[in-house]
Design a protein around this ligand. Structure first.
Ligand code: HEC
Length: 198
């Protein structure tokens, strides 16, 4: 009585003759939309493979990535060059948002050497009127960009964006004329070491 073969005829002509745990299967045709989707996917896969892998016309991921990175680097370099070519004519910003950003950059990256108040530590005092590399705003910008690696001032080009460099230089410009306690002694007034090692 439970043999599916017996039931096949009187139940449904589509019913297949196997049964597992009381579960039977109907041999329906696949819906049209599903079949078309299948054909289209197959067609797409063939075209895709032909275009990218057989003919090699399109860029694979690595090539596309490299191309975009090269393009990005070119845009970045152009912005950096434009920034560096206008250093002499740039003015310190007085925009409070820019100065706040500059202050943030200063505390994070510069304060360890120049002290939070700019009074100087490893790096020189940025508040007095004495400047090793020139007192113009553009001189400050230039030093921040190139650094003085042999004296311990880092090169910030490539680490900070031009707008961050402009912001931090604008910020240290506001420190000029402030008199933080116990500032670092001016380099030209520092006592010259008397011991000479040979
Ligand atoms: C690792 C320590 C260090 C850090 C970090 C550092 N500096 Fe300096 N900085 C120095 C030293 C040392 C000098 C002096 C270079 C020299 O004697 O030529 C200097 C010089 C300068 C000068 C030139 C001062 C002058 O008298 O002409 C400026 C401007 C300056 N730093 C700004 C910055 C800014 C802005 C940052 C953060 C983005 C920064 N520095 C981070 C060590 C540092």
């Amino acid at each position: 009585m439970n043999d599916p073969k017996d039931r096949k005829q009187d139940q449904d002509p589509l019913l297949l003759d196997h049964e597992y745990d009381g579960i039977q299967e109907l041999d329906n045709n696949l819906p049209r939309w599903w079949v078309w989707l299948f054909y289209l996917c197959t067609l797409f896969a063939l075209l895709y493979m032909g275009y990218y892998h057989v003919l090699g016309k399109g860029d694979l991921q690595i090539a596309a990535y490299t191309k975009e990175m090269t393009l990005g680097d070119a845009i970045k370099d152009a912005a950096q060059q434009k920034f560096e070519s206008t250093l002499g004519s740039l003015e310190p910003s007085r925009d409070l948002v820019v100065l706040a950003k500059g202050g943030q950059v200063f505390t994070t990256y510069c304060a360890p050497c120049h002290r939070n108040d700019g009074g100087g530590l490893v790096g020189p005092n940025l508040c007095d009127d004495y400047w090793i590399h020139g007192d113009k705003f553009g001189d400050n910008l230039k030093i921040v960009i190139t650094g003085v690696p042999e004296k311990g001032m880092l090169t910030w080009k490539g680490v900070l964006t031009p707008s961050d460099i402009h912001a931090v230089a604008s910020y240290i410009f506001t420190l000029r004329g402030t008199h933080p306690p116990n500032p670092k002694i001016r380099e030209d007034q520092a006592p010259v070491p008397t011991e000479v090692f040979e």
